[in-house]
Design a protein around this ligand. Structure first.
Ligand code: GH3
Ligand code: MG
Ligand code: MG
Ligand code: MG
Length: 302
């Protein structure tokens, strides 16, 4: 069954049941197949919680035609990157040009040839997998496997605007491992890497909501972005993180603040104002982190 789960899903959209049947039979060995007999059913499936990896889309259908389905898919961030291959009786060059200009990845005229359809589907799915891998590589930190700085910078900009619109507080926690240079110097850099991964993992486990972003900010520093969270709630989360790291009990003889690895945290919260740069939020949290260090480390400052 795990094979079945790992299979990519192809959605076949055609108003002719015979086309759905033939294409479905051709693809069922290699893919999970979903079908829709009109444009609005197709949109329901692509917008669902389990969207397909690729759509084979007829153009001529009553009501919503294939061009309109593709246009609707391009309107939403959730569906705009799902590859679409038109498979259609419209075989004029201008129809094909229109389909490709709207963003279809490929265009197959009817009557179709099964091996050609299979090869084109396979090629587009391979491209999609590569694109997803690249997306992951540019946004996830390789060592700790949590989101990286670039991912955080983008999310900060978008959450700043979103919380401004909803007049909701946006909170941030800046985190820095205490006395990590002496840790590396005494236990070795590779053991330092192991500790860094453990700290990242335990911090991540203390995120509460799906909208929270916990990222590696750089070196031995982490940042937590908490949309729609006020200062007291953010401080509570920060304190949970501080305790969880201390409870890892990673021995650190050279940490003046404890016998174990500990972190210091700075927490700040604001209702975003579009005349102010989100970097002010960052700066405030950084200053508070510095204060936590000054006051003896292994503590939350806010
Ligand atoms: P403080 O309590 O003031 O934060 O002291 P510190 O020693 O942690 O501060 P400092 O910024 O001087 O040292 C950070 C250290 O983190 C230095 C660097 O070698 C280490 N570090 C940064 N990135 C990595 C990494 O990817 N792996 C390992 N092992 N160490 C790292
Ligand atoms: Mg049709
Ligand atoms: Mg540091
Ligand atoms: Mg440090």
């Amino acid at each position: 069954m795990s094979d079945e789960l790992a299979k990519q899903t192809v959605l076949i959209v055609d108003d002719e049941p015979i086309n759905i049947k033939v294409l479905g039979q051709a693809l069922a060995d290699s893919y999970r197949v979903k079908t829709a007999i009109n444009g609005s059913k197709a949109l329901n499936i692509v917008q669902s919680a389990q969207p397909p990896d690729l759509v084979l889309l007829d153009i001529q259908m009553p009501e919503l035609d294939g061009y309109e389905v593709l246009l609707a898919m391009k309107q939403s961030d959730l569906t705009k990157n799902i590859p679409v291959i038109f498979i259609t009786g419209k075989d004029a060059a201008e129809d094909e040009a229109k389909g490709l200009e709207l963003g279809a990845m490929d265009y197959i005229p009817k009557p179709f040839n099964i091996p050609v359809v299979k090869a084109r589907v396979r090629n587009q799915l391979a491209l999609k997998q590569k694109a997803e891998l690249l997306e992951k590589l540019v946004s996830i930190d390789g060592l700790t496997e949590i989101p990286n700085r670039r991912n955080y910078d983008e999310k900060l900009q978008s959450e700043w605007r979103r919380c401004n619109r909803s007049r909701a507080p946006l909170s941030i926690i800046m985190i820095d491992i205490d006395s990590f240079k002496p840790y590396n110097d005494n236990y070795g850099h590779s053991q330092g890497d192991v500790a860094l991964k453990k700290v990242a993992s335990v911090i991540k486990s203390k995120g509460k909501r799906s909208g929270d972003l916990i990222a590696r900010y750089g070196g031995e520093e982490f940042v937590v972005l908490l949309p729609e969270t006020d200062l007291p709630s953010a401080v509570e989360i920060a304190e949970t993180m501080r305790q969880a790291v201390e409870e890892l009990k990673i021995p650190h003889e050279y940490n003046p603040a404890s016998d174990h690895i500990t972190i210091s945290l700075g927490v700040w919260s604001v209702i975003p104002d579009l005349d102010t740069s989100p970097l002010t939020l960052q700066k405030q949290a950084d200053d508070l982190l510095y204060k936590a260090k000054q006051q003896g480390r292994n503590q939350v400052s806010y």
